[in-house]
Ligand binder design. Structure first.
Ligand code: NAD
Ligand code: 0WE
Length: 255
């Protein structure tokens, strides 16, 4: 068997449904010969995620609410029974209160800011801290970010600073875990119509604008983002760590 991730054990966190970027990554990892374990946020998502897991030939599924350190530890304990050696982690999780993704940024609440950073940024540190005990053969951590971290995008609001914090954590984690052979990178994806994105006001207007302005004159698909994640999980990227790779049809390069 060939495949870029042949026989690699990869934990994929953040698949909620068929549109989730995490799901496209899980499919791409499977295609490349990797073994996927999926985590899901809560009981209410279990049914839907189990149908996805079936499509991968019965991938193991573990509940993990990343807001809770004990839940993260229990999830990694369960993972250890299935995958004693882990080669990769995909963190594809973000959340902020809906009321903080509209209106004036200056109205951002203390609790909204704390929650957005807790779920969307701190959780990467919590997961890396627990799961590194399974990454005894080295490995790769990949998280998902968005250009709202470094440029102002209307309504992205509190998620902007949360993604800036996430990208900075990628660099600090890369420095910390590099000596153990663990690389840490982020994919900065252009907008994709997932559940998390479609609730955003005038999302389709944004897609239309990008179609006429990006260097490639189009938007990106979750499958294209997934292929970049596979690259970052694979040995092809063995000298890349602490990096943020834009998969955005070139949007970051133009005004
Ligand atoms: P999605 O809604 O399918 O995925 C978000 C996931 O976060 C869901 O599976 C949800 O269950 C999970 N989650 C939220 N709170 C959680 C918690 N407390 N514990 C565990 N899981 C929790 O949407 P998506 O677009 O696939 O988002 C995935 C990642 O991609 C996010 O980090 C997002 O910021 C990023 N991203 C998305 C886009 C886009 O346009 N869709 C662009 C760039 C980056
Ligand atoms: O990171 C994101 C979205 C993350 C997100 C989405 C929601 C919707 C539902 C976080 N929290 C919530 N909370 C909810 O209650 N993206 C990169 C997608 C996104 O969101 C935007 C975008 C894009 C792109 C918001 C405004 C403008 C563009």
């Amino acid at each position: 068997m060939s495949g870029l991730l042949h026989d690699k054990n990869i934990l994929v966190m953040g698949a909620a449904n068929q549109r989730s970027i995490a799901w496209s990554i899980a499919e791409a990892v499977h295609r490349e010969g990797g073994h996927v374990a999926l985590t899901y946020q809560a009981e209410r998502l279990k049914g839907r995620v189990s149908r996805l897991a079936e499509e991968l030939g019965g991938a193991p599924m573990i509940e993990c609410d990343v807001a809770d350190d004990d839940a993260v530890r229990r999830a990694v304990d369960r993972l250890a029974e299935i995958m004693p050696v882990l080669h990769g982690i995909v963190h594809s999780i973000a959340w902020a209160p809906a009321e903080d993704l509209q209106g004036s940024f200056v109205e951002t609440t203390r609790t909204g800011f704390a929650q957005a950073n807790d779920i969307s940024s701190y959780s990467l540190i919590a997961v890396a801290r627990e799961a590194r005990r399974l990454m005894t053969a080295g490995g790769a951590v990949v998280t998902m970010t968005y250009a709202g971290s470094w440029r102002v995008i209307p309504n992205y609001n509190v998620m902007g600073p949360a993604k800036a914090s996430l990208e900075s954590s990628v660099r600090y984690l890369a420095a910390d875990l590099g000596p153990a052979g663990v690389r840490v990178n982020a994919v900065s994806a252009g907008p994709i119509a997932t559940v998390a994105a479609r609730t955003i006001k005038d999302f389709s207007g944004m897609l239309d604008l990008l179609e006429s302005h990006t260097p490639l004159r189009r938007n990106v698909t979750a499958d294209e983002v997934a292929d970049a994640a596979v690259f970052l999980l694979s040995d092809l990227s063995r000298a890349i760590t602490g990096e943020v790779v834009h998969v955005d049809a070139g949007a970051h390069a133009v005004t």
